[in-house]
Structure formats: structure tokens, C-alpha cells
Design a protein around this ligand. Sequence first.
Ligand code: ZN
Length: 678
Amino acid sequence: MTSPNPLLADTDLPDFAAIKAAHVVPAIEEAIEQHRAAIAQITEEQADDFGSVILAAERADFLLSRTWSPVGHLAGVADTPELREAHASAQALMTSYLMEAGQNRAHHDAVARVAARPDFAGLPPAQKRAVDLALRAFRLAGVALEGEARQRFLDIGVALSDLSTRFGNAVLDATEAWSEHVTDEAALAGVPESDKAILAAYAQEKGLPGWLITLRQPSVLAILLHADDRALRERVYRAHNTRASDQSDDRSHDNSDRIEQIMALRHEAAQILGFNDSAAHSLETKMAADADEALAFLDDLARRARPVGEKELEEARAFAAEHFGLTELYPWDLSYVAEAMRRTLHGVDQEALKAYFPLPRVLAGTQKLIERLFDVRLVERSGVSTWHPDVLFYDVQDASGEVVAGVYLDLFARAGKRGGAWMDVCRARFRDADAFHRPIAYLTTNFAPPAGDRPSLVTHNDVVTLFHEFGHVLHHLLTEVDLPSVGGISGVEWDAVELPSQFMENFAWEKDTLIGLSGHVDTGEPLPEPLFDRLLAARQFQAGLAILRQIEFATFDLTLHRDYHPAQGARVIETLERVRAAVAVVRPPEWNRFAHAFSHIFAGGYAAGYYSYLWAELLSADAFEIFSHADLPGGGASAFRREILAAGASRPAADNFRAFAGRAPEVDALLRSRGLAA
Ligand SMILES: [Zn+2]
């Protein structure tokens, strides 16, 4: 190759427009070689000072991720067959290299020498924390293991990764394996036209006339929420809740054995590392001290939410009796009745609402909100090299006008772009010996693109999403930590990393902010207050039942991992039943096999960590209330910026929270924000 590889160029921003699939593998190979050489130099020098060991490794990591980040990003937003193939090859190289690097004992020993120096205690907190986290990562990667234990630990890692993939595939296959073909439209009475269009598209996919009911999420929701035919709801509920299990009509995807193997191997791996159980292993890197603390939190929540949930169920029963003549409510009736209640009591026409949220207005309002809260300015910069003409780039200026950070906004759905919304790191903030690198982030959403000369109109839910992702972005961009490994979102505990994002979500439910950024696409008229009030009331509808379901899943997950015993096996059904007896207001039928499709914990990263959703909400709700009362020195937002956003992982999340709030988190704010407070 004669022209230089843009993925290896030392520039302020990646030259996205110049990156081709053919650049990917050579760049990653080169970057990995450079990283390996840098680490080898660290270990050969036998140094023990922070600069030669830690800073040098941070520099190597920074350069590797500078090359890798655009590759991973492009695979998500600009998919082509060539790029997908190049990305897969590069990812395989990265995975195997990172595994090797995590096991590098000489590198571990070098970091340990830094920690053993007499002057270690006198290092700035962020530097000490970077060393501590590096040592912990080595320990959890099994660097200290010898002989048989070392090999066994590595084998378990490979086996678990394979089992997770097979668990997830079984869920996908079981989801695709079931369907019910409908040719008589009357069978779909109650289902809205937009949902029927989805079912019709499923039928077309298979070359069938009419409609195809499947177990994909939109189809399951369409039937369980809307179908008047009770027997149809029951069939879909049963098929969906026995997916990939021994209770399914089709047992070929049964995950029972895989769950047993996964649980056994997780327990063994945890014990090899010296943990009592795999819950303790998982909690080692989280903010909650241990499984007992997280369970006590869930218990407390359940106790307070149960009376509310019971009352909501009674109301649903009364509504069902009055409107549908149902004397008994089965699990396949609950969503249907709830949806009818929601429409009757709090009906909000989401389509009509969208007219109040043209994207340019929403963006301008978001910008203003961020500027008001955090005393920075977001200034659009044109001429930045991107992967698509719709992509925007903003410079972030501090109060003095200096550019301190930047963010790419890629907001519209299009072909070749992964669904959903997310934030990712492009460049970390890094103050190296003679260079300063500014933090750069990507913010990606899938909003409806503009149609003709009409601007994109977004839903209220989209506004919530935009604020959420901006929370992550601000966490990264407003960091004042100079070391990439503990700056921004990097190194932050899993159960605390959603604090800034969920904190920002609250503003989408704040009357002044939301009405302030609204403006009808035709008239410019702001969102009328009664509409806002209905929106807010709908948010808290059946809040008790909703939170009890989350508590049930989270408690099941933690208990399953904490109480595993090799002689007794996983005891999935038994554990689930016990948890439901303690938590649930609505008892699912005994053939319900929810766990067999619980991919979050068996195929994703949430093992003994599903509680993190509620834990982070505990932090964000509490922080937001404190912020709203704003009796903090310098105002709530500046304290939030200083103690949470700027501090990143330079301190444990619990310390950040305490520095902001002056106390440990308390659960009451969460109950209030969910509308559950007595
Ligand atoms: Zn998030």
C-alpha cells in the first residue's frame, strides 16, 4: 500500500471518509504489534516508576484503541459485506490479543512493583486508582494461577463463551421456530393496523398470504396487548414463555442442560480465583459491596412496592370484570387489560405528540439545557470527515471558549446501521508527557429521517433516549481525569455507569425543559400543559407491577449465582418459584420457563448483575432530587459535574456519590420518581 493507512494516522480526529475495509486488518495487525512491543519494553526495563510502567501502558492502550474504535464504530453504522468481514477478522485478532495481554505475568509484575514502592501512597488518587484497577484486572484474568488451575481457568473461559453463544442461538432459533399463520383478518380483532402491517410483512417474508404471528418481540406485544381473542393470547403467551425449554412443544432448543453447565462452570471459575461463588466474582467489580447488599436493596424495594402492586392488580381485576366480563385474570390477560386501561385512563396519542417535537428544535433545546447545566457550549463544526453526510459534529467549548472535547451525532435510521441507540468512545482524554488528547465521543440513535421538506419528527420516547445518551456522552467529555483507563466512563462500575444517563433522562420528564424544547411543526405552538400532564400520568401507570417484575428477575439472577452448590446443581425452577413466592404479586403458571430465554444473564454480560438497572436508578433518582433542591455549594449541576462527571473512575462510584450528595444513596427518591411513595 502506497498511501498511508488512515486508521494509523496521528490526527486529532479519524479521517472517516478515507477509511476503507481494506485498511482494517493491516491497521489492527500493526497496532497490535506496536502495543505488544510497547509492553515488552516496559517489562524489559524492569522499571518501577509510574511514568515508565503505567503511563507507558496507558499510551500503548490509547494508540491501540485509537485504531480500533473507528473500526468497531463503522461496523455498527456503515455496514457493508467487505467491512463486516474485515471487522470480524480484526475482532478475532483483538480478542485473542487482549486475552494474551491479560495473562502477561511480566507486565503484571511491573505494575505490582509500582504499587510496592514506598512512595505509592503519595501518588495522586487517580494514579493510584489506575494501578489498583490494573492489578485487579490481571487478578481476575487469572494471571496468578499456576499449572493445572491456570489451564483449567483458560479452558472454562473458552467453554463459557461457547455455551453463551449456544444459549443465545437456541433462544433465537426457538423464537423463529414457532409461528401461527392467519388468513382470516377477524382472528386479529383488536390488533392495530400498524401492528397488522408487521404481521403481514412476516407472512410475506415466508411467501404466505395474510398474516404470520411469530415470537419476535413486535408480534408478541401486538397479540398480548391488543388481540381480543383470549385463546390466541394464551397460545402466544405459552409459546413465548416456554421458548427454548423442556415445556416447549419443540424440545430441540431446550436450554436446560446449557444452564446447568454455565452455572457449574461459572461457579468453578469463581472458586479458582478464590471467590466463594460466582455472585461474589461478579460483584467484585461493582459498586454494591456484595450480593447480600444488592439483595437487601431489592428486598426493601419489593416490600414497599408490593402493596402498590396488589392494589394495581385489584384495579385491573375490577376493570376487566366491568369492561370485558372476565371473572378471572390469567397471565395472558394482564397486558391486554392493562393496555385497555392505559388507553382509557391516560390515552396519549403518540403520533399527535410527535408534531410538537421536530428534531431541529429538540436538538437546539438539548444544547441549551446542557449549556445551562454545565457551563459549556456546543458548537457545530462543519467540514469534519464523517461516514455519512447526515452526521453532525459538535465542538464542546468551556466557559473561556477553549475547545475541550467533541462529539459526533449520527441520528437517523438507515440501511446498514444497527438498531437502537448508544454512546461510544472515539478518543479518550489523555494528558501524555508532551501531548494532550481531547475526549471525543459518538452518539448514535435511529430516529425517523426527515420526509421531503418536513423535518424529522421524534417521539417523546426519542427525546428520553437522546437525553440518556447525552448523559453518557457528557460523562466522557467532561472528564477531568488525564488517564484514559480511569477517565470518563472507563473503569466505572457496571452498576453505576448508568447514573449520568438516567440522571439526564429526568429532564425529559420535567415540565419546563420539555415544553421549552417543544414547538409544533406547523404552528410553532409549544406542547400544551394538559398533554404533558397526561404523559406524566401514563408514565407511572402500573408502576408497582412493573418494578416488581424487574425485582423478580434481579433477585432470581443474584440468588441463582450466590446459592449455587455443585452437589445440588443450579435448581433453576426451585429458585424461580421461591423468588416469585417472595416478590411477585402475579404468579405465572408453573410451566412458565422464563429463565430458559433469559439471555441477559446466560448469553449477555449481566450475570449476577441484572440488579444494576435498578441500582443505577437508585443513584440517578436520588441524585436528581438532590440536584433539583440545589442547596449544594455552587448549585446542583456544578456539583454533579465536578463530583460525578469530572471524577469518572478516579474514585470508587460510592465515593463519587458521597462527595456529591454528602451521604450514601437512599431509596426514597426512586420510589417517588416511580410514583410508588406512600
Ligand atoms: Zn445507557
